[in-house]
Design a protein around this ligand. Structure first.
Ligand SMILES: Cc1cc2nc3c(=O)[nH]c(=O)nc-3n(C[C@H](O)[C@H](O)[C@H](O)COP(=O)(O)OP(=O)(O)OC[C@H]3O[C@@H](n4cnc5c(N)ncnc54)[C@H](O)[C@@H]3O)c2cc1C
Length: 374
């Protein structure tokens, strides 16, 4: 089968890319070894929250991404999106200081805390610096991923390698002029020695409880409001550079205990019954800024410019890229917030021929890798 684009990886990044490219009229194939939303995305909360951070590239990107994500999920996928106010509570004095700076300049709509919410908070939560946003959202991660790829050809298998010949990429029996790599923190399919992604294992639970929460809470963990089905999501744990193996399986009881303990520092929940566990791998970039862009072919670039190894500078526009391959990745704990932002820019790049934001380019890691090699 011949496609315009083959997307490898059907997490939120791959599914949102498929959605935008398919809508733009491209013929898209989506491949995943485990099924749609079988990786980190299927485990996600997935809270659409603003990132409270200091000035910088990430803050700028996250502000726009957060607003675009709220609009995207609430208007296009309302059946999979629960909209409620969001209370963000700080854990340390340092966080409190950052939050005070944030409050002074945020343009997001704020609201006062619901009385029914306030009486459920612990003293620690009540006495900590906090902010209540009028608009927060929680998305049904698996539901939205499936809805995004309706009408897109999906193939379930593990891609072991890619092969490029005369302007066409070959992936098994499939062919396309362009490849989108959205494989999260899993093993890379093409050599990218300069690109290390942090795998961050996370566990979240769905519980039933007689306590009704009217607000989304972010404190030691995120806690969703009570859904129509009386379910509340609590998550997630953070375990950097960890991936369970057959020899050392993940201790689910430890994870449950950690989540419930952390939730109890924020809110008093009664008659708790755990009804579901989810666990998966987030994929974080080393500088926390997500990745969207072409991939440098390290070997070809070093063969063309051997002087790079001896510290001589070469402008990044001269790096040799793998032809027509774009990576979308590195969203860390904000994959659902960032996906509509990243995937809509991917569509503008592939369809409308707009350049991509250089700040997101994976080539930044090639330049840093070369510097370290000197
Ligand atoms: C417990 C937990 C809670 C989270 N909570 C939130 C939250 O509240 N809000 C938020 O915004 N984000 C949250 N995140 C983060 C978010 O889920 C991630 O940022 C997001 O899932 C990244 O999506 P992705 O598409 O890049 O990667 P993934 O979802 O990991 O998708 C990659 C896919 O590629 C497939 N793949 C890999 N290699 C191959 C191959 N060779 N062949 C075929 N298929 C392949 C995998 O099977 C996988 O399905 C959470 C994550 C976890 C784990």
């Amino acid at each position: 089968m011949v496609y315009d684009v083959i997307i490898i990886g059907a997490g939120i990044n791959g599914c949102t890319s498929a959605y935008f490219l398919n809508k733009a009229g491209l013929k898209v194939a989506l491949i995943d070894k485990g099924g749609i939303a079988s990786g980190g995305s299927g485990a996600a909360g997935a809270f659409i929250s603003p990132k409270i951070s200091k000035e910088g590239v990430l803050k700028e990107i996250m502000e726009t991404a957060h607003l675009e994500a709220l609009k995207f999920y609430t208007t296009l996928f309302p059946d999979y999106t629960l909209q409620k106010p969001l209370l963000h509570i700080t854990k340390t004095l340092e966080e409190g200081k950052t939050l005070r700076g944030f409050k002074n300049e945020t343009t997001l709509n704020l609201t006062s805390l619901d009385e029914n919410m306030e009486i459920l908070l612990t003293d620690e939560a009540k006495n900590s610096e906090s902010i209540c946003f009028s608009n927060g959202a929680v998305v049904d991660a698996q539901g939205v991923c499936h809805a995004l790829v309706e009408g897109v050809d999906f193939y379930q298998y593990e891609v072991q390698s890619l092969h490029y010949e005369e302007g066409v990429w070959h992936v098994g029996d499939l062919r396309a002029s362009h490849i989108v790599l959205s494989i999260g923190a899993y093993e890379k399919i093409i050599p990218l020695p300069y690109l290390t992604l942090r795998g961050i294992w996370g566990h979240r639970i769905d519980i039933q409880t007689s306590t009704k929460l009217p607000t989304i809470l972010h404190h030691y963990v995120s806690i969703s409001p009570t859904s129509r089905e009386n379910i509340m999501a609590i998550g997630a744990t953070h375990n950097v550079h960890y991936m369970p193996t057959d020899e050392e399986p993940y201790d689910i009881e430890e994870g449950r205990k950690e989540l419930l303990e952390k939730a109890s520092k924020t809110v008093n929940l009664e008659n708790i019954k755990i009804v579901h566990d989810y666990a998966g791998l987030r994929s974080g970039s080393n500088d926390y800024v997500p990745l969207l862009g072409s991939l440098v072919d390290a070997q070809a670039t070093l063969s063309l410019y051997p002087q790079l190894q001896y510290g001589r500078a070469v402008t990044s526009s001269a790096f040799v890229n793998y032809p027509n391959v774009t990576m979308i990745n590195g969203s860390g704990g904000y994959g659902f917030v960032l996906a509509p932002y990243l995937a809509s820019r991917l569509k503008e790049y592939l369809v409308d021929k707009k350049p991509l934001d250089e700040r997101l380019s994976p080539a930044r890691f090639f330049a840093r890798w070369i510097k370290r090699k000197k």
